[in-house]
Design a protein around this ligand. Structure first.
Ligand code: IMP
Ligand code: MG
Length: 180
């Protein structure tokens, strides 16, 4: 039977995002026309809360892409797919990528390299809700991290298991799933 054990409550998440927002607002205080790119689907809750905690000199431009590392189970396939990668001309801008979680690091590495190649950003940083540093396969160091966690499979607050549980307002560890 699937069970979900709460790791971070909705309030704990909001408190941490408030701190991250302050840090980012400080770092972006003098940046002109920053662009925030949310990586769908997992980052939708984090992005929505994070941007409402950022105040920069200029308003934020918000864009979305959809990336996935193929597969419905708990293990990423190692193959990054980009079902939606349609960005406007954001050359020479300050880009902040917002991701749900860095696990192997493959998705982040793929997307950061893509952005560098396509748009030569003035600055390129990444904010992640969660980091699982022990799972890294390719090197990748986020600039802003909500929480660093052990090697657990987590759901809620945007993160899914086989497209379920994204709507949970808290983050929980999922267990009791039989993978076939
Ligand atoms: P990567 O392995 O760093 O490329 O991470 C790829 C993707 O795996 C993330 O964006 C998530 O969608 C997914 N993922 C990794 N760990 C978890 C987890 O614990 N719960 C839900 N999704 C996860
Ligand atoms: Mg993701």
């Amino acid at each position: 039977m699937a069970t979900i054990r709460e790791i971070y409550s909705a309030q704990t998440i909001q408190d941490r995002i408030h701190e991250l927002g302050k840090e980012i607002s400080h770092d972006y205080a003098e940046h002109e026309k920053p662009v925030v790119i949310g990586v769908m689907k997992g980052a939708f809750c984090f992005l929505a809360d994070l941007v409402r905690n950022i105040s920069a000199k200029d308003p934020l431009q918000i864009e979305f892409v959809r990336l996935s590392s193929y597969g419905a189970g708990k293990e990423s396939s190692g193959h990054v797919q980009a079902p939606w990668l349609d960005l406007p001309d954001i050359r020479d801008r300050h880009i902040l990528v917002v991701e749900d979680i860095i696990d192997s690091g493959r998705t982040a590495k793929f997307f950061l390299e893509y952005l560098k190649d396509q748009f030569s950003p003035k600055t390129l940083k990444m904010a992640v809700f969660l980091d699982k540093p022990s799972r890294r396969v390719v090197p990748c160091q986020p600039d802003y991290t909500g929480f660093s966690i052990n090697d657990l499979f987590v759901v809620g607050y945007g993160l899914d298991y086989a497209e379920n549980y994204r709507e949970l307002p808290f983050l929980g560890e999922l267990s009791g799933i039989e993978e076939g």
